[in-house]
Design a protein around this ligand. Structure first.
Ligand SMILES: Nc1ncnc2c1ncn2[C@@H]1O[C@H](COP(=O)(O)OP(=O)(O)O)[C@@H](O)[C@H]1O
Ligand SMILES: [Mg+2]
Length: 260
């Protein structure tokens, strides 16, 4: 049985396009017939809400982590899974309770591998890709996502001081994977909110390419008002007709398939 490819989307900076990227890549991979599970591990749960989640009394990622740490194994994984008809993806939502889960995680004797243990279960082999949307931090939850992933995707806003955090992120990945050569674990660095006509965006793009060469994914995702509107209307761009950014994300989707 083939294991799902786990992609974590992380950057310790907030507002750089992580959730937008998770949603559009997930929905984009689903468009090309891949079976997708999106996992929200941000207590602000933007991704969950974007996918239409509202408190439904069913367990979330918080309970999933709690059960794993307390060694209570639910055989019914489907309890945790929701489905978005609109985007044709499954997802596991998070809620504000996730903030309290950090302490619980810390109590585990192998606290960095809790998510790995969860997603190694054979239930998840039905998926082609599991995509984890992280919170803007380098805490234990994000370390779990880095430990668990086959590939890391780092969205970087093509704006002032954007790549400050990238090196720290790469060093964290090295530490967690216990390797100096992390090339195999890097899906790439995705420049986002790229404003073609600004000097700063072009300088940042250039600097990223010089520092990180092959890691930098192309095309950069453009800064467009349609993206703001898509969060308001809660739809992905890849499923919008004639969406410019949707087409850029589809090109990234094909690049991801080629790199995984
Ligand atoms: N390409 C883009 N063009 C314009 N606005 C964008 C773009 N990508 C993301 N945004 C907006 O920027 C904000 C932060 O994006 P988000 O994906 O939530 O970032 P993060 O998950 O890293 O905090 C949101 O309001 C989102 O709509
Ligand atoms: Mg987010």
């Amino acid at each position: 049985m083939k294991k799902a490819t786990v992609i974590s989307i992380a950057n310790q900076k907030g507002g750089v396009g992580k959730t937008t990227t998770a949603l559009n890549i997930g929905a984009g991979l689903a468009k090309v017939k891949k079976k997708i599970l999106l996992v929200d591990i941000d207590s602000q749960n933007h991704l969950s809400r974007w996918l239409g989640y509202s408190a439904d009394g069913k367990p979330t990622i918080s309970e999933m982590i709690y059960q794993e740490v307390s060694n209570v194994h639910s055989n019914n994984h489907t309890d945790f899974i929701r489905h978005s008809e609109q985007e044709n993806v499954d997802f596991i939502p998070s809620n504000h309770m996730l903030a309290g889960v950090l302490g619980i995680l810390g109590a585990d004797s192998d606290s960095v591998n809790v998510l790995t243990r969860i997603f190694n279960h054979k239930f998840f082999t039905v998926y082609d890709y599991i995509i984890i949307d992280c919170q803007p931090s380098l805490d234990l939850l994000v370390s779990n996502a880095l430990s668990c992933c086959d590939k890391l995707l780092i969205p970087v806003q093509a704006d002032l001081l954007a790549y400050e955090g990238v090196n720290q992120m790469l060093q964290t990945l090295q530490r967690i994977k216990k390797r100096t050569d992390i090339g195999d674990f890097m899906l790439g660095i995705l420049p986002t909110m790229y404003a073609k006509n600004t000097v700063i965006s072009n300088e940042i793009l250039q600097a990223l390419k010089e520092s990180y060469t092959d890691y930098v994914l192309q095309p950069a995702i453009s800064y467009r008002v349609e993206v703001k509107n898509s969060s308001a209307t809660r739809t992905s761009l890849v499923n919008h007709k004639n969406s410019y950014v949707g087409e850029e994300y589809m090109r990234i989707v094909y690049e991801i398939i080629a790199r995984t």
